[in-house]
Design a protein around this ligand. Sequence first.
Ligand code: MLT
Length: 397
Amino acid sequence: MVTPVELLIYPDDCDAGGRLTAAALLRLLDRARWEQLGGAASGQARSDSFPAVRKTTLEFQSHAGAGDRLRVETSLVAMGRTSFTVRHVARGEDGAIVAEAELAFDCLNSRAEPAPLPPEFVQAFGRRPSVRASETRHLAVRGLAVALDLQGDGRPILFVHGFPLDRTVWRQVMATLTGWKRIAPDLRGMGLSDAPGKYTMAEYADDLAALLDVLHVDQAVVCGLSMGGYIAFELLRRHKTRVGALVLVNTRAEADTEEGRRRRDEMIGVVQRDGPAALADALVPQLLTPWSVTAQPQVVEHLKAMIAANPTTGIIGALEAMRDRPDSTALLGSIDVPTLVIAGREDRLIPAATSRALADAIPEAQLTVIPEAGHLAPLEQPVQTSRVIAEFLEALA
Ligand code: MLT
């Protein structure tokens, strides 16, 4: 997804009843693409390649009127040599979806012949995504629209992302685990999922159990990254039978210390004052190793985009949920499912020694420490992380 943009609805965009019209919405989406893609996808490319709309589908889910602000999220559905499809989700200020649209474009040159995609467009979206955005879908779960990537068939594995990330942190790992039904949702308040008002570890865990219900999945391997691990512990407390095995990545069982709680409150202040982008700048050096920061610009870019695109309400909700989460150390001795603990050797937030202690406290758990990984092993070292998870999964079969 490229960075979302906010657009204001003017009275001219509305019908006599004061409601945003379909034609005006398409104009607004065109403007959003212009801002997000530098004109490349709006027929203003500098090269001799002009995207022409071939097909549009548009669905209003609620109504908006003059004075309302729309937050337009744009993601790539498909990209060919001379054509592409994008999906827009326009949300109101409360985060609820106002409309969704999918537009397919053919690129033509000035002689109206098929032409390769404008380079600015390819640049804006980066390389072809390893999981096509068309595999991202929304499901109604406990009254929320939950976005998820769903891939493959086989035994289910549920990927739970960390803070303040989204499901795409798992994309490279997911792409390698063929033979498994891979399920990666955006938690409430993150990514493309709805952002309601209530956030606790229990709410997150109940959402995931309800998502498994919707998908008719009785039990899954639960793979949680950092905050995703805190949620995995809550799933064990509240929905034990749903957890068939555990992969705990860059996470810990202890609750926040007093000092930790104070830092959560400070971070809430930063997000309220300066917005998610400021949080992205502050967090990158804490989450990634110095090597990742200098040698993996695409990882830095992906990380910043994930953080900056998350809604303020969802980020603050997650900070409160983590601040107030229960201690899970007493639970560890009773975990009776196969468990893999993965640590980053250079994780500054959760040192490898903490992960070692976590693995020691869980009967039968195994530990792998990934070199040159900080707090985000799946993003920084996807190949090694995938290999370790694949080996663990093979042994379960
Ligand atoms: C995460 O990666 O989910 C967070 O860094 C966890 C935390 O802040 O405790």
